[in-house]
Ligand binder design. Structure first.
Ligand SMILES: Cc1cc2nc3c(=O)[nH]c(=O)nc-3n(C[C@H](O)[C@H](O)[C@H](O)COP(=O)(O)OP(=O)(O)OC[C@H]3O[C@@H](n4cnc5c(N)ncnc54)[C@H](O)[C@@H]3O)c2cc1C
Length: 304
């Protein structure tokens, strides 16, 4: 099978990584287009450790990200009790045995990650299609895939990669309604804050009122990630999410919490999302259309 023209639908982590990888590993003859590129400055932070960090190195973006974001150490996964004292446990895996300063990967601010990956994809020779342009219809043909774009244009590709996230329209076009996101029983509440003056240890803080992760994705930026069980899918509005965090923080006696509580005012940048999963339990392709990333296998953040 000759592949000379590839369309990647979805300009997120999976889509950009695919575009970069294809361009690095193929000859100049393979043209890679990326649709659904977004430069929205929204998003929180994510940890990319161990194998995920290796993948960033393979894509050639680790060093650039390490310069603008934070290199995580084993201490990142240290547990602390309500009064701020370290607990005798660390989730950093084998790296923790080598000491708290052992690097385990990066904590990245998602908009930075998106921008660095987009730049790397362009540098590798992928063509990023205009923002807002996406696929209206796809059809496998004996020689490839016919694609109709939302601006009325049409093109023919040898391969289409659906990397358009958990609510993938490519998955829907290929597999119909069979695979739908399923709520996994937890809500994620996240808060991005100005960290100057916050003297809280990076790590996992545990009290009877709740557990949350605190880190610093970049200079001056703090990040709180807290999860709550829920029996059915729901989202909390901004005030409900903020109040939940207040209740969790109330259970901590570490003096560093006073500054954190003070900063959790009505304008705090708090968001709530439901954790959902999708798993395609058959081959992730149909002829020349393949589905990858969250479109094919979104897990809860704890598993993925
Ligand atoms: C709360 C939470 C925390 C997480 N924390 C971590 C973590 O710490 N570490 C980790 O490794 N993973 C984490 N994950 C999982 C991680 O975010 C996903 O696995 C990853 O983002 C999947 O990448 P993707 O490219 O497949 O999909 P996405 O990142 O969702 O990207 C899909 C892309 O498709 C495009 N797209 C989709 N729909 C549309 C549309 N309607 N219009 C325009 N464009 C569209 C956009 O370009 C979008 O960027 C977390 C997930 C959640 C929900």
């Amino acid at each position: 099978m000759t592949i000379a023209r590839v369309l990647v639908v979805g300009g997120g982590l999976a889509g950009m990584a695919t575009a970069i990888g294809m361009r690095h590993r193929s000859s100049e003859a393979v043209a890679v287009d990326v649709a659904e590129v977004s430069y929205e400055p929204n998003g929180t932070a994510m940890g990319m450790f161990h194998r995920a960090a290796d993948a960033l190195r393979e894509l050639g973006v680790y060093e650039e990200l390490a310069e603008i974001n934070t290199e995580a150490r084993a201490s990142y996964m240290q547990l602390y009790g309500p009064d701020g004292s370290p607990l005798p446990a660390n989730f950093a895996g084998p790296a923790a045995a080598d000491g708290p300063d052992t690097p385990i990967g990066l904590v990245v601010y998602r908009p930075d990650l998106a921008q660095v990956l987009a730049n790397a994809a362009e540098k590798a020779g992928a063509r990023l299609l205009p923002v807002g342009l996406t696929v209206a219809a796809l059809a496998n043909t004996p020689s490839g895939v016919d694609v109709a774009f939302t601006d009325g244009s049409q093109a023919h590709y040898d391969l289409v990669v659906g990397a358009d996230g958990i609510r993938s329209t490519v998955r829907q076009q290929v597999f119909g309604d069979r695979y739908q996101p399923r709520f996994v029983g937890e809500l994620s509440v996240r808060w991005v804050l100005e960290s100057e003056g916050i003297d809280l240890a990076t790590g996992i803080h545990i009290a009877p009122s709740g557990t949350f992760l605190f880190n610093r994705p970049k200079t001056g930026m703090g990040y709180v990630n807290c999860t709550f069980p829920a029996s059915e899918k729901q989202t909390l509005d901004h005030e409900q999410a903020r109040t939940r965090l207040e209740k969790v923080f109330a259970g901590f006696t570490d003096p560093a919490f006073a500054a954190l509580r003070d900063r959790l005012g009505p304008d705090a940048d708090v968001v709530c999302k439901a954790f959902e999963s999708v798993w395609i339990d058959e081959p992730w392709y149909r002829d020349r259309i393949v589905v990858i990333g969250d479109a094919a296998h979104a897990t809860s953040a704890h598993l993925g």
